[in-house]
Write a protein that binds this ligand. Structure first.
Ligand SMILES: *[C@@H]1O[C@H](CO)[C@@H](O)[C@H](O)[C@H]1NC(C)=O
Ligand SMILES: *[C@@H]1O[C@H](CO)[C@@H](O)[C@H](O)[C@H]1NC(C)=O
Ligand SMILES: *[C@@H]1O[C@H](CO)[C@@H](O)[C@H](O)[C@H]1NC(C)=O
Length: 237
């Protein structure tokens, strides 16, 4: 009994090793939830690329999931919070909702939500974290091998901006009045520029886009890597 358990375990282990793509060998991302609460990541592929991971899934606290790309890819990743889905994946989220489904497919999330943009192309990779559509959860992204602060390094923000969100921009939970998101100060993205709100966000989050024409030097990351780590609620350094 015990021996067969171990034999099965070993067989499973070997299978797992063979079938799971190696993050460092193929294009894709590890999405990690370091929050103390669950996150339902949403993933919107750019129109020319296929949907990955059905566009969304459930990620419990202290867990991670690998999302592989079969080829080049670009798109947006964000976090949905306070979701309630039934067994068929129908339901709603308090922030970042993409309609009425666990699976966002080609749909985007409702602002305010922190958004990661990633583009893996033949010649160059690009990634950034933006508050242009508001903010709901701290996110960072880095390449697997890029050291912090290098060109391939970490961008985004570890600070929970909900805790410093100006009253005029706060979105509060209907249940308990806690601040669940922070609206973008930009009424109109085209005319949105530096102002007291974006300066406040910038103070806490120097490596994120806080308004449309923000010139943070992290938009074009000439990084040869194709594997990335996105972390919800990264630790403060
Ligand atoms: C962020 O990266 C995406 C590509 O993933 C790019 O299209 C977008 O222009 C970048 N944002 C800024 C503000 O540079
Ligand atoms: C307040 O409600 C939100 C969801 O509406 C929940 O995520 C959060 O944990 C609650 N906070 C407290 C302090 O109960
Ligand atoms: C996220 O949590 C994992 C597991 O505890 C840890 O190894 C990793 O350093 C954390 N990442 C960040 C960016 O805080």
């Amino acid at each position: 009994m015990l021996r067969s358990f171990f034999t099965n375990f070993l067989a499973l282990f070997i299978l797992f090793q063979i079938s799971v793509p190696k993050p460092w060998a193929s294009a894709g991302l590890t999405i990690a939830n370091n929050c103390s609460y669950p996150v339902w990541p949403g993933i919107q592929s750019s129109p020319q690329y296929p949907v990955v991971a059905r566009g969304g899934f459930f990620l419990p606290p202290n867990s991670e999931q690998w999302v592989g790309f079969s080829d080049l890819w670009s798109g947006r990743i964000w976090g949905r919070l306070g979701c309630n889905f039934d067994a068929a994946g129908r339901g709603k989220c308090i922030t970042g909702d993409c309609g009425s489904s666990l699976y966002c497919n080609k749909l985007s999330g409702v602002p305010p939500a922190t958004i990661v943009s990633l583009s893996i192309q033949d010649d160059q990779q690009y990634y950034n974290v933006s508050f242009v559509n508001g903010y709901n959860v701290p996110i960072t992204i880095k390449s697997f091998t890029g050291p912090d602060d290098s060109k391939c390094g970490i961008v985004g923000c570890t600070k929970d901006l909900n805790t410093v969100c100006p009253a005029a921009l706060q979105v509060r939970s209907a249940d308990n009045e806690s601040v669940v998101a922070c609206k973008s100060p930009c009424e109109n993205a085209k005319t949105c520029g530096p102002n007291k709100y974006s300066r406040l966000f910038k103070k806490y989050c120097p490596k994120a886009y806080t308004y449309t024409f923000d010139k943070t030097p992290s938009s074009v990351v000439p990084c040869a890597n194709v594997g990335y780590v996105i972390t919800f609620c990264p630790k403060n350094k």
